[in-house]
Design a protein. Structure first.
Length: 85
């Protein structure tokens, strides 16, 4: 499988995990948390568009950064879930 596809699928997997966490009925999310998540995943979308439209010069570095942003969003959700338990 191409590197770009593997990385995009990793971002998708993290985004799905975050969506599942957001949809849990027993959790309340702060405005700040939601704002941070929306910024991180908006940046991920922009990065992926740049890669797939060949705007990005260094696809590998862009994709690594994109996965890191998605992972930060995922970790943010998990940290908030642990704090509230």
């Amino acid at each position: 499988m191409k590197y770009e596809i593997e990385q995009a699928l990793r971002v998708k997997s993290l985004a799905i995990d975050v969506m599942e966490e957001l949809m849990k009925e027993d959790r309340k999310h702060s405005v700040q948390e939601l704002k941070q998540l929306s910024e991180l995943f908006s940046r991920c979308i922009c990065d992926l568009v740049n890669v797939y439209s060949n705007i990005s010069e260094d696809h590998e570095m862009t994709l690594k950064g994109t996965v890191i942003k998605a992972r930060i969003g995922y970790n943010l959700m998990k940290a908030e879930a642990v704090e509230k338990e």
